[in-house]
Design a protein around this ligand. Sequence first.
Ligand SMILES: NC(=O)c1ccc[n+]([C@@H]2O[C@H](COP(=O)([O-])OP(=O)(O)OC[C@H]3O[C@@H](n4cnc5c(N)ncnc54)[C@H](OP(=O)(O)O)[C@@H]3O)[C@@H](O)[C@H]2O)c1
Length: 255
Amino acid sequence: MPTREELFAAYALPDRERIRVRMNFVESADGAVTLGGRSGALGGATDRTLMQVLRAMADVVVVGAGTVRAEGYGGVGAADADLGWRREHGLADQPALAIVSGALRLEAADDVFAKAVRRPVVVTTDASARVRGALLAPVADVVPCGEAGPARPEAPLDAPAASGGGVGTVDLPAMLEQFASRGWTQVLCEGGPHLFGALLEAGVVDEVCVTIAPRFVGGEAGRIVQGAREADRRFALAGVVTDDEGFAFLRYAAV
Ligand SMILES: NC(=O)c1ccc[n+]([C@@H]2O[C@H](COP(=O)([O-])OP(=O)(O)OC[C@H]3O[C@@H](n4cnc5c(N)ncnc54)[C@H](OP(=O)(O)O)[C@@H]3O)[C@@H](O)[C@H]2O)c1
């Protein structure tokens, strides 16, 4: 099995100066992004360690609201085992957590806030920030990033009126600039598929880390990219790690 140290070496960042967006996903060998509705059932021991290692290297972990709702995100942070590494590298003990939501259908009592190890940031549209931002202000920094654009196809038709119809698209390059202004240049995005699709469309993805689980699950689960137009977006294979359980850990870099 690759050790934690070997994973740190295999996924080392060339620098921390320029803004870098790194995606991390797990999928089955037949491309399913979930098993039983969750991604965790696809992973293995090395995958879990890799997730911690990638979090340890990040200034901010970004996740879409759909993933927060589906996976019950709460208490996201660096593992105790990696605190030493972060301190040696001059980083805060915990990476920040940013949640991207157009409609802002999040509650202050949600685990993602209640169990937060560091005050989260919620990135939303200007319209949603105006209408619902104050509800989350006690538990998070609400950061407006762009006006609501055309409704996204995946936006539920029954989005609450209180959202002000704010189901448009966050300006993702503006979000990255906001992060950089806080000193957060190394961005780890843990999904989900619609946020990945939007980041690809915005042309801001630098690296994609994909764990391929040795399982063929069939079913109706989607792919790791949703909502993006078909296009030939080329990445270079920048690394391959395998483990004794048959998992392959692929690292792709934008060219
Ligand atoms: N295998 C894996 O590694 C992995 C990783 C993550 C998630 N997943 C799975 O993926 C599924 C969730 O998929 P998903 O595509 O719904 O997840 P998602 O991308 O996290 O969530 C989509 C939601 O995020 C917000 N969002 C995303 N991009 C946005 C943008 N550009 N502007 C404004 N808001 C944006 C919107 O929230 P609002 O509706 O609040 O506006 C949107 O409805 C779950 O089953 C989860 O388990 C798997």
